[in-house]
Design a binder for this molecule. Structure first.
Ligand code: NAP
Length: 294
């Protein structure tokens, strides 16, 4: 069994990005600038946004964090998004999800200009991804592709089973694994909460990408020998014995499934760090595109 070490690979990617940014600085060029909007005080969201901003600083990007109160109206948020769309200094930005109930997430996703949509959530970018066109691939699926590529995990002709059909992970992952090329060329089955006899499907999988958010869902008896496991799940489980009052766990019963797997991502330290690294990569791409339009 080999660990797909997202922490190591994400550090490699950040070092590569930093080297590019250092060269930009030497040439006297403007460095990439990422902005992030967060609405409200959700603990997990604040943690994610905080580490995105810190990662920007580590690689030498400029970053701007915009915090808006949980009472923010949809109109107020849309106005802020339009300001960022128009701001020539900002190459790309994200709106941290989830949003408070009074705000329609779809409206927000549609309002971000596709050229600045480094999350890759806008329908224009999602459509381009599905049509194999160059675009921003959503950071978590992009990170999974990068892990598979850097560890040279064979995907061609394999049966990939994706668990979960969210717009940010499961659905795009199912499209990407079925694309022509590497990583890709898989035969893909997309499963969800209405799938019957899911164990019958997962036991036939060569690769399982689990993105449902149910701790310990995938058990050893649900997988075959030598399976490749990508565990996207991140759940905070309350635990008073921990300093933070919780621990983080994935969807996979790691202890037992890892004994059967050929490759497996740990949680934490697998897909999570890759997501941030690929957001930075998308921001670098946004900056290149921004410059080429000038
Ligand atoms: P989500 O929107 O929470 O949706 C969960 C998906 O799982 C849905 O499609 C749901 O089916 C399916 N599902 C729920 N229970 C199921 C069951 N018992 N059997 C089969 N399918 C089931 O998904 P998400 O936003 O992609 O998040 C999933 C997990 O990944 C969460 O733990 C989240 O924290 C984590 N995540 C991690 C990262 C990272 O960077 N590592 C990034 C994003 C998300 P229905 O569609 O039928 O409801």
């Amino acid at each position: 069994m080999k660990i797909l070490d997202g922490r190591k690979i994400s550090n490699d990617i950040k070092a590569e990005i930093k080297a590019e940014v250092d060269k930009m600085k030497e040439r006297g060029e403007k460095v990439p600038h990422l902005a992030a909007i967060i609405v409200g005080n959700d603990g997990a969201s604040l943690t994610y946004v905080g580490s995105k901003v810190r990662s920007c600083e580590r690689v030498g990007f400029e970053s701007t964090l915009i915090q808006m109160p949980s009472t923010t109206s949809e109109l107020e948020l849309l106005k802020k998004i339009e300001e960022l769309n128009q701001n020539d200094d900002i190459d790309g930005f994200i709106v941290q999800l989830p949003l408070p109930d009074q705000i329609d997430t779809q409206e927000v996703i549609m309002a971000v200009h596709p050229d600045k949509d480094v999350d890759g959530f806008h329908p224009t970018n999602f459509g381009k991804m599905a049509l194999d066109m160059s675009t921003f691939i959503p950071a978590t699926p992009f990170g999974i592709l990068e892990l598979l590529e850097r560890y040279q995990v064979e995907t061609q002709g394999k049966h990939t089973v994706v668990i979960g059909r969210s717009h940010i992970v499961g659905r795009p992952m199912s499209i990407l694994m079925g694309r022509k090329g590497f990583p890709g060329n898989s035969t893909v089955t997309l499963t969800h909460s209405r799938t019957k006899n899911i164990s019958q499907i997962t036991t036939q999988a060569d690769i399982i990408i689990s993105a449902l958010g149910v701790p310990g869902f995938l058990k050893a008896e649900m997988v075959k020998d030598d399976v490749v496991i990508i565990d996207v799940g991140i759940t905070r489980v309350a635990d008073d014995s921990k300093e933070k009052g919780y621990y983080i766990t994935g969807d996979v019963d790691f202890e037992n499934v890892s004994k059967k797997a050929s490759y497996i991502t740990p949680v934490p330290g697998g897909v999570g760090p890759m997501t941030i690294a690929m957001l930075l990569k998308n921001t670098l791409l946004a900056r290149e595109r921004h410059r080429s339009r000038k």
